[in-house]
Every structure is written in C-alpha cells, then in structure tokens.
Design a protein around this ligand. Structure first.
Ligand code: PRX
Length: 631
C-alpha cells in the first residue's frame, strides 16, 4: 500500500509532513478507503469541550472496507485462522468471502430480532470467530457494539448493560479455558436479573454446558441464523456515527464507556497496523489479546481485516496444554507477526527456554508488546529466544482512549531500544508537561505525557456523560489530551513510558481503578474502610495491595481475607482479586481526611527507609503500625 513507510528517512519525512499539514497527510491516507461520500473537512476540533470530528460529513461503512473492498481480489484468502483451546480440536480457516457471508447473515439475523441502527448490543463471548462476526455484523447495520471481557462478573456486566441501555446480548453457553469450562450464559442470566433493557440474547453453542434458555428472550445462534440470507446491504454511516463503546477503568469507581466513531477509527487502525507491523500480503499475523480489550478490537479485528490481512484468533491460554503453546501455534500457522503482552512474556519466561526448544519459530519477522511497560530482562528474553535475535520488537504504547498505537517503533524501519516505546507515529504530536502545565521542550526531560493535536482514532466522548470525558482527559492541562501516564524523553529523543501517575494500576496489562477495587472490597459487610495501591509484581507488572479496616468480631483474619477476595471476584471478576490484603486498624490520613496513598505505596513497595514527613498526618502513629504489620 502506498502509505507504508519503508525507510528511516521515509519516517522522518512522513512525520514532518503529518505535523506541517495534517489535513493533507490524513486525506492522502484516507483516500485508499472506500467512502460512499467523501468528506467536506478532514478535521474540526477543540480540546476545550472537547469536540473532535474527523472526515466531516463523509459516509461509509467500515465493513464494506473490510469485506467488499477485498472480495474481488482476495475472496479466497484466509481472513481469520482460529486456533481452539484444545490442540486436538481442528482449527478453522475463514476466507474473506466466507466472512462476508457470515457477517451479512448475522447482520440480517440481528435485524430480524429487532436491532436497528444506533441500538447498543453487548458482546460477552469466548474467543471464537463468531465473536468477530458479531462485532462486524453490528458495524454492518450501524448497531453500536460494546464487548465485555468474558472474565468480568455478572455485576460488572450488568453495570455496563445498564450504562449503555443495551437491547441485546450476544453470548455463548460456555468458554473453554485450559482444562476448565467456564459457564458464560449463566453469568449473563445473573446479570440480566439486574437489568431491564435487554430484549433478546443470542447464544452460541460452544462447550455443550447446560444452560437455561428463557422463552421469548433467549435464542440459539444456530437456530437464529437458519435460513437467513447471506446477502446484506451495509447501512450507510456518517464518519462520526458511533462504532463502538468500550468500558475501561479510570481513577473513579465506575468504569467509563469510551466512544469510538467510524471514519477516523477505520483510517487510523489500518494505517498503524500496516506500518508498525510492516504487514505484507500473504503474511500471517497473530495478536494474543482478548477481543474484550481495545487491543483485540483494533489489532485482532479491525486493523488487520481492514488491511486484508490474515489474523489468527486463539481461544485458549498460553500454558495449556503446556507452556510451549504460543510457540506451537506460531509454528503451526506459520505466524509472521506476533503481538502479545509483557505479562505473558514474563509468565512464559519463568518456565525457562525449554518449552521453546521443540519449535523453530523461523517464520517470525516481527514481535510486539503492548499493555504495560516491558522490563529490560523480559525484552531481551523475548528478543533472543522468541525473535531469535532477528525480529524487531515493536513496543507499542497506546490506550483504550487512543484507539490505536501512538508511540512505537516501525518494524525494521525505525530503531528499537529495550524498554522504550521509542518514537511517535506519524500524526501524533506529543508533549511532556510538568505538574504546573508547562511544556518541557528538548531532550532529557520527564513529566506528564500529553497530546496536543487530534488524531483520527481518538476518544470522542464517554458514553452518556460528556462532562466526564472533558474532566478526565482535557481538564488537567488546558488545550491538551492528558494520558494519565508519566514519560521520559531521553537524551536521544526516545520515549520511555514510566507508568500511571493517577490512581490507576495496571495488573497484567489490565487497567484497574484503585477506587473500583476499594468499592468492591467495601461491599463486604465486615469491612469498614479500605485503600488499594499497586506494587511491583514479577509476573503481573503490578499487583494489588489492599489495606483494609475490618470489624473482626467472630472472624479470623484468614477467613476475612479469603471472603474479601471472593467478594471482589464476584463484584468485578478474578482479575481484580487483591494479591495482598493487610488488615489494619487505621489508614494514614491528612487533616482533611484524605488517605495518604503515597505512604501506603511506599510500604507496599517496601521503600520504607524514607517515609517523608508524616507529622502533619491526622494519625501519624498508624504509619509505624502498618509498617510493622506489613513485615
Ligand atoms: O499506562 C499505559 C499502559 O496501559 C495504559 C492503557 O491501558 P488500556 O487502555 O487498557 O490499553 C492497553 C492496550 C493498549 C496506558 O495508559 N500501556 C499500554 N501500552 C504500554 C503501556 N505502558 C508502557 N508501555 C506500553 N507499550
């Protein structure tokens, strides 16, 4: 494709052009897509409200750009290669023409079940091709999908359904994860007791687990699609119509629905996919994320399929049936680009190099990392043993809100540097601000990572609450989008992400608000108050450390901590379960009653030699007690 950068000087040139004349730059990129009507303006924006529009008044359907655009020349090319949890089960290959039929048929099915343009549809499904079909079928008819990671609890699912007032849930009977069969429909049933807006659910049969089907509400997927036409005319969407909502955690208790729209998201995910991974036609690309996260949206489904790529989807876990599974899949499907998370790399690194031994990994050309900072040790292990020293690592920094990759090497084109996301992609104008909002120019600086110019896939709003979007991202530093991350620009101008500077922790690449976990802990009837902080964890990157004040009457400490863990699992899901729970008699507070997390973080990270001045606390004596307890 003409927009593919192939040399370092090409990158420098493209980057410069993207800053000097963003309109021209992005209109040139957008020209390679199929638009029902071209745009009037490339971008209109202000970061105060914020109000951001890309490709104003353009009309399109993203699925026409995935399906129709590719059918003519590559209808027989594999679009999705699906690898099941059990290596003994056959994998599935779905070509672009088959995908077209499946998407059209399911689009017609949803319509027949009462879904119209603008309706919200929840997807709560295992990693099976039908999950991607479900997303694309929504996009085909202009319904707004909101995928909820199938590991979230019934309460979390219900909260999301209620927040976006969804009309339909697409789900499955169960989910194979390693040796386990996880009930999925049962979680939906429990969630739907707390919601009122869902009219229909469509249930895919996958595990054969027993399920209860509610008459009039629940329909089997295979029955719903029976006899339904595989032809469908795509709904014509405005560039700024909503494509999807994806809930993500922030520093307040309730996750927010990040809204992405059609035109800009399409252009940006395709552009970044092609460039960062240097995908060439015929390559097989695999991203091991779950479609419940933004990485799955942008770089399993939309980006690769827009580029006409072959994308691998894996249902299982990295350690089943053994810790060589990832490498077995790379060899089996001759994967050329592999994209995973540092937490998976560290977990596999812990098994040593033996599980890699039987595999050649000789088709790999590019390996990627996403979701959290990758430490140097893991970077080198990945580079030497998986990439065999010959594959560039693309350490891609981005967020649910950015929609696509923002800072990353371009494989084989721009340099890599261990633990550095390196350089901004074309179109991305970064700024490092100090705490007073002053932009720090030049190299060798460190501060708050902000972005000063819009990019096509950026967040447009938080669903149902635009003010929250303004306050969360655009109010800390006027005129800038604030990422919530700290960053360093080194002496050579390369960027290294230092982690979150707000009350968000990153556990195994999953974002978690400390307040959200605290709320879940506080639901336990014996809990009086709690405070949650992150601490360094060898595999997960960060672990969850909870300090909890409890009414201990009639309970042992052991019972209570295990009950608290269970209750967090029930309210949010297993990913939010605290790694450490310390029962305390009080929490360090300022005179105005604010918890001093700085102190709790230091205790959790065992950096207790310098606690700073604690004399101004309301209860300085508690610090010593907590430190003792932590031992
Ligand atoms: O702190 C950064 C971290 O993950 C956050 C975004 O999380 P989420 O919206 O769940 O999206 C994850 C997948 C894109 C960021 O604010 N993060 C993401 N990628 C990196 C990273 N931190 C360091 N290096 C990265 N490559």
């Amino acid at each position: 494709m003409s927009n593919k950068i192939q040399t370092l000087s090409g990158y420098i040139h493209e980057y410069a052009k993207s800053v000097q004349n963003p309109d021209l730059f992005w209109s040139r990129v957008a020209d390679s897509f199929f638009w029902q009507k071209r745009w009037d303006k490339v971008v209109e924006w202000n970061f105060d409200d914020p109000d951001v529009k890309w490709f104003t008044n353009a009309k399109l359907n993203i699925t026409e750009n995935i399906l129709e655009r590719h059918l003519f020349i590559m209808g027989d090319k594999p679009a999705i290669i699906w690898e099941p949890n059990d290596p003994e089960e056959a994998s599935r290959t779905i070509t672009y023409s088959e995908l077209h039929k499946m998407v059209c048929q399911f689009a017609n099915t949803m319509k027949a079940q009462g879904i119209q343009k603008g309706d919200r549809v929840i997807i709560y499904m295992p990693m099976v091709p039908e999950a991607a079909v479900a997303m694309l079928a929504c996009a085909r008819i202009g319904a707004v999908h909101s995928v909820v990671f199938a590991g979230f609890s019934a309460t979390s699912l219900a909260d999301r359904i209620n927040d976006c007032e969804a009309k339909m849930v697409l789900t499955a009977d169960g989910n194979f994860r390693g040796t386990k069969k996880i009930p999925v429909k049962a979680v939906v049933d429990e969630a739907l007791e707390k919601t009122t807006t869902i009219e229909k659910t469509i249930v895919l049969k996958r595990t054969g687990l027993d399920v209860t089907m509610q008459e009039g509400r629940d329909i089997w997927w295979h029955e719903a699609i029976e006899g339904v036409s595989t032809e469908n005319k795509a709904e014509i969407m405005d560039s700024e119509d909503m494509l999807f909502i994806l809930y993500t955690s922030g520093s307040t208790g309730q996750p927010k629905g990040v809204v992405h729209t059609c035109g800009g998201y399409m252009v940006y995910t395709n552009y970044t996919f092609q460039n960062v991974f240097q995908y060439s036609q015929g390559d097989v690309y695999w991203c091991s994320a779950d479609i419940g996260w933004i990485t799955g949206h942008s770089y399993i489904v939309y980006g690769p399929l827009l580029a006409g790529a072959t994308t691998v989807m894996f249902e299982g876990v990295p350690t089943y049936p053994d810790p060589g599974r990832f490498w077995a899949i790379c060899d089996k499907h001759k994967v050329n680009q592999f994209y995973t998370a540092p937490t998976a790399i560290r977990a596999l690194q812990a098994y040593g190099t033996e599980p890699i031994g039987p595999y050649k990994l000789d088709t790999l050309k590019v390996i990627g990392s996403v979701g959290e900072p990758i430490n140097e040790e893991a970077w080198h292990w990945y580079h030497d043993h998986v990439g065999k020293g010959k594959c560039p690592i693309v350490d891609t920094w981005w967020q649910t809100e950015t929609g696509g990759m923002m800072i990353s090497p371009i494989a084989g084109v721009t340099p890599t540097k261990p633990s550095y996301a390196t350089l901004p992609l074309p179109g991305i104008q970064l700024a490092i601000l100090d705490n007073d909002g002053k932009e720090l120019t030049g190299n060798s600086v460190e501060g708050n990572l902000c972005i000063k110019y819009p990019w096509p896939a950026m967040i447009r709003t938080t669903y149902g609450d635009h003010k929250r979007c303004q306050q969360t991202y655009f109010s800390s530093f006027k005129g800038y989008y604030f990422t919530g991350d700290g960053v360093k620009r080194d002496e050579d101008g390369y960027y290294r992400i230092l982690g979150r500077v707000d009350d968000v922790i990153n556990v195994s690449g999953h974002r978690m608000g400390t307040a959200e976990v605290e709320n879940a802990i506080n639901e336990h009837p014996k809990v009086v108050e709690s405070a949650v902080v992150g601490y360094p964890h060898d595999i997960k990157g960060q672990g969850i450390y909870a300090y909890v004040i409890c009414d201990m009457e009639g309970r042992s400490e052991e019972n209570l901590t295990s009950e608290i863990r269970q209750s967090v699992t029930k309210i949010i899901g297993p990913i939010a379960k605290p790694d450490k729970i310390q029962i305390v008699s009080g929490l360090p507070k300022t005179r105005s009653g604010k918890i001093m997390r700085r102190i709790l973080r230091k205790i959790a990270t065992k950096e207790v030699s310098n606690m700073g001045d604690t004399s101004t606390l309301l209860n300085p004596e508690i610090v010593e007690e907590i430190m003792e307890g932590a031992k």
